[in-house]
Design a binder for this molecule. Structure first.
Ligand code: ADP
Ligand code: ZN
Length: 433
């Protein structure tokens, strides 16, 4: 279902006009209400009058996570505390949390874009939807919650914390839609198996997964284990939370709610804007936010833009799957490695559980990479010879994909820690040394 056809299927010219108008208004707002931006613009000899069309965006300064930290907690807010009705914080995956204040208007925008996402996933008023993201400062829980209500489906605010209870709820309340991190979806599937439940005992139809990078192979694994169609939802608290971008039934890139969030891709080294199709860092401008509007926010998420029209009829541009954050990228012996590449290899091979951990270390002057992966239960007791072969098979495959060699360590089933929220896939011991 297309929730808001007039905004999701606009002609490109109309969209650019709207974006230009909104950008001008936004710049005017931050120039007058956020001393941080006024100072930056004055240093660059810019006034709001210099920003008339969306093409003028390149004149504006970038905003970084460091800027938010330096101005913690409310330094980048454009609204007074009287207008702020809610505060969230980023989960702090990569350092100190950053705090975001929302006005009533921002909450309206948020539930609107989340409802667009749910509509694109095929959720309707007939669905019963369980939100398995954490409720609290993290935007996942409440973000999805209000989106589901706005769309008119029934929301079950399950949150995290009790997996068995969650499974009972899914079964007893005939839940058809589920939102959680992809790693938690796997954990649910695992717990189901342990409890002797099968996917046929449940009524799940649609899964809404995001908050961390996941691969196409992971999607297939989850879909098959939970018996649902899994869709990607992308967002970050600094911009609004989940709902910034979402897949459609084509499952080929996630549409950005471009009337609210203007995307650019830049070269993370030089800051130069890259053309569609090229991979770089996603930069987002919040065209309509009033609480903490951000100009050209550098997300650190690596992706590319797809500007070709989509078969679903939506005209908004799409982003490809996030490969990872620029700061998740490991440099091992000079070669760039993303955990998502390892995930992709491991999930291709049916002998392994989709559970892994990368341990990076330095021995002498040489970086080492160990990939820990769990064997499927049936194989764990297999004879030594076949396990050695399996180890070699994975090591060879990793070498061809990563271009560096990795030590493979076969782990007992259930030995790698599971996560209810964002998973931790890397231990980098070089940082401590
Ligand atoms: P934190 O930066 O502390 O994790 P958030 O909770 O706001 O803060 O998380 C936002 C980040 O989560 C994004 O910048 C991105 O790195 C990651 N993320 C969110 N959704 C997705 C997704 N669908 N695919 C990949 N990464 C995602
Ligand atoms: Zn589409």
């Amino acid at each position: 279902m297309i929730w808001n056809e007039s905004k999701e299927c606009m002609s490109r010219e109309e969209m650019r006009m709207l974006q230009g108008k909104r950008l001008h208004k936004l710049v005017d707002l931050v120039y007058h209400n956020t001393p941080f931006y006024r100072k930056k613009m004055q240093e660059m000899d810019l006034t709001p009058e210099d920003i008339q069309t969306i093409d003028d965006i390149v004149k504006l300064p970038f905003t970084t996570k460091q800027d938010l930290r330096d101005n913690y907690p409310y330094g980048l807010q454009a609204a007074s505390m009287q207008e702020i009705v809610r505060v969230h914080a980023s989960s702090g995956t990569t350092g100190n949390p950053t705090v975001v204040g929302y006005t009533r208007h921002d909450l309206e925008v948020w539930k609107e874009v989340t409802a667009r996402a749910l509509g694109a996933f095929g959720i309707s008023r007939n669905d019963v939807f369980s939100v398995g993201y954490g409720y609290g400062l993290f935007t996942g829980g409440l973000g999805l919650h209000y989106g589901v209500e706005h769309l008119g489906a029934t929301v079950i605010p399950t949150s995290t914390g009790n997996t068995e209870k969650h499974l009972h709820l899914l079964k007893d309340l005939q839940v058809t839609g589920l939102a959680c991190t992809p790693s938690y979806a796997l954990y649910l599937a695992e717990t189901m198996q342990k409890k002797g439940m099968s996917k046929e005992d449940l009524h799940l139809r649609v899964g809404v997964f995001g908050a961390e990078p996941w691969t196409e192979n992971m999607r297939q694994e989850i879909e098959q284990k939970l018996g649902l169609q899994g869709y990607n939802i992308y967002g970050l608290s600094e911009i609004i939370g989940p709902g910034v971008a979402y897949e459609c039934s084509c499952k080929n890139g996630s549409h950005i709610s471009e009337d609210h969030f203007y995307p650019e891709i830049i070269d993370p080294e030089t800051g130069k804007v890259l053309p569609a199709g090229e991979t770089g860092e996603l930069v987002l401008t919040t065209l309509t936010k009033t609480g903490m509007p951000l100009l050209r926010y550098r997300t650190k998420d690596l992706t590319s833009l797809i500007t070709e029209p989509c078969e679903c009829g939506r005209t908004n541009v799409r982003i490809t799957r996030i490969i990872g954050r620029s700061d998740d990228m490991l440099i091992i012996r000079g070669i760039n490695v993303f955990p998502s590449q390892v995930e992709s290899v491991i999930l291709e091979m049916k002998e392994f559980e989709p559970q892994y951990m990368l341990v990076v270390d330095r021995q002498g002057n040489l970086d080492t990479l160990e990939v820990q992966v769990e064997l499927r239960k049936e194989l764990y007791t297999d004879e030594m010879g076949s396990l050695l072969n399996l180890k070699k098979k994975l090591a060879d495959r990793l070498k061809s994909v990563l271009s560096i060699s990795a030590q493979v360590k076969l782990m007992e089933p259930n030995s790698i820690p599971r996560s209810e929220g964002k998973s931790k896939r890397v231990i980098d011991k070089r940082i401590i040394k």
